[in-house]
Design a protein. Structure first.
Length: 538
């Protein structure tokens, strides 16, 4: 339960610290005093959205702190919100996120606000009510469905990642295979294109090359050619170097030139003798050159790029084969998962119908206690396509008397009827299963004996737990185990304090007739307090 609550600069509440105990804690005060701000503080501690418009005028930051006693011992939550809208959360003194606040404290509290009537007008809100009321033995049905739906979603996501239909994947595979096979069949090598171009040029010009090399060879090697002439130079330099040894170097150079000419002559003769004069070989080379050009035009600027494209095509074909095989398996898996979802949805619907029937009956009983003689509460099921929440759409219909046609609560129920319906459904759903339950002015439109019955209901609900109730009704305040009053001072700031004894009687008197300081008013308040004690018994 909540053992201590401290609020600073939350709206009009400049500074308030209360230590509520077990039982029914009723919060009252003049209209506009800021009664609901205390429940707003609980919402912030439970991880609710932090809005900057909640920051009061006293400073640039609001602070809410709560000390809770849980099954695991004492725990502390805190929330700070700046005027700029920045929010900071703390769990047991350590920095935390809002989601961590929800995880740590959200399950401790259930806050039933005025907008719950609007939520009950929505099929989603009614579905939440029904699912939250599932007994322990039926909750596995909801878990089974969520698990089955999650698995179906996973398989569909995997199918989406695979992408495309089966025929499209097959077409992509055929294209990748054709590309890989075309490039692989070419048997490419990196230097082939340069070597092939050189060979083709030699084949095209074989006759001219042969004639030229033969003529060059004759100029070197025939009688009177360059080699003969250099021989004469060598002989003359040999004779002269005998006369002048300094000419020996020239003689050596001439010998080297002669040797080089001889080697060149032999090489030209060899090349000329090996030149091909084969039109068929030229045709083959030119065909190969055309093939390489076609491959480069389709797959890359260079042979290296073409070869790389072939490797990628091969890898793509392998991946597509896996995807096609996986797609075939996924189709079967999705079919099985869809059947499991349908089976789980049917089981969940059965569990929901059972609890919904009990909810309607129990809520009608509570409504009877709250002054409706023959109320009619119905939770009507409509089958829909399976989705994240199941295959059910549930609509709440209501009539204050069974002689009247039931209809949607948003059109049928008056303000007072809505308040009683919300409380009755919450009671029927076991709202008190959580340690802390808070009701924010759900007594709108209620008064007289019905208000007394509502106060008694809230008091009995609070046994063994904490129930907070912001109320404007003295009949409900009379049942409080702890009475908190929110008051505004002359400057407009609000404070909250726990009252008892004479102060409590005066506050209830004020709520009754505005005569808080008169003997008559206090007498009426004391009478109401006695009535509450009588109703609750010893």
């Amino acid at each position: 339960m909540l053992e201590e609550l401290h609020v600073s600069n939350l709206g009009l509440l400049t500074d308030a610290r209360i230590e509520p105990g077990r039982g029914l804690v009723v919060v009252t005060g003049e209209t506009g005093a800021g009664k609901t701000l205390l429940l707003g503080a609980l919402q912030l501690l439970a991880g609710d959205t932090a809005r900057r418009d909640r920051v009061g005028p006293a400073s640039d930051e609001l602070v809410v702190e709560g000390r809770f006693m849980t099954a695991n011992g004492e725990r502390v939550a805190a929330r700070k919100v700046t005027r700029e809208g920045r929010s900071r959360a703390y769990v047991d003194g350590s920095m935390a996120t809002a989601s961590q606040l929800v995880e740590a404290f959200g399950s401790l509290m259930e806050i039933v606000a005025q907008h719950d009537a609007l939520r009950l007008a929505s099929p989603i809100g009614v579905l939440d009510l029904v699912d939250g009321s599932l007994p322990t033995r039926s909750r596995p049905r909801l878990e089974d469905y969520l698990r089955a739906w999650g698995e179906l979603g996973r398989l569909r996501s995997e199918q989406a990642e695979i992408g495309g239909d089966r025929r499209a994947l097959e077409r992509d595979l055929d294209a990748a295979r054709q590309q890989a096979e075309e490039i692989g069949a070419a048997g490419l090598s990196l230097d082939e294109e340069i070597d092939l171009a050189t060979r083709a040029d030699r084949l095209r010009n074989a006759e001219s090359l042969t004639e030229g090399l033969t003529a060059a060879h004759a100029a070197l090697s025939d009688d009177g050619g360059a080699i003969d002439r250099i021989g004469n130079v060598i002989a003359e330099l040999r004779r002269l170097s005998a006369l002048d040894p300094s000419l020996e170097a020239m003689h050596g150079q001439a010998v080297s030139m002669s040797d080089a000419m001889s080697e060149l002559s032999a090489e030209m003769s060899g090349v000329a003798s090996t030149l091909e004069h084969d039109p068929r070989a030229l045709e083959i080379a030119e065909t190969r050159i055309k093939l390489l050009g076609d491959l480069r035009r389709k797959y890359g600027e260079t042979i290296a790029e073409v070869m790389s494209f072939g490797e990628e095509a091969e890898a793509r074909a392998t991946a597509l084969e896996h995807r096609i095989n996986a797609a075939a398996t996924l189709d079967e898996d999705i079919e099985k998962a869809t059947a499991l979802v349908a089976e789980a949805a049917a089981a969940l619907t059965k569990a929901r119908r059972s609890v919904a029937k009990k909810l309607a009956v129990d809520a009608a009983v509570h409504l009877g206690d709250l002054g409706m003689k023959h109320p009619l509460v119905e939770l009507n099921f409509e089958g829909i396509a399976a989705g994240p929440r199941g295959a059910d759409r549930i609509v709440l219909t209501f009539a204050s008397d069974k002689s009247l046609p039931a209809g949607p609560v948003s059109r049928i129920a008056s303000g007072g009827e809505l308040s009683r319906l919300v409380l009755s459904l919450r009671l029927a759903a076991g709202a008190g299963d959580v340690p802390i339950v808070a009701f924010d002015e759900i007594d709108a439109g209620v008064g007289g004996a019905t208000a007394l019955a509502m106060g008694e209901k809230l008091s009995r609900l609070s046994r063994g737990r904490q129930v907070f109730c912001v109320s404007h009704l003295p009949q409900i305040a009379a049942f409080a185990d702890m009475h908190v009053v929110v008051e505004r001072d002359g400057a407009g700031a609000a404070t909250a304090r726990i009252i008892g004894g004479a102060d409590r009687a005066r506050e209830i008197a004020r709520m009754l007739s505005g005569l808080g300081d008169t003997a008559t008013g206090v007498e009426h308040a004391d009478e109401l307090l006695r009535e509450a004690r009588t109703r609750l018994g010893p």
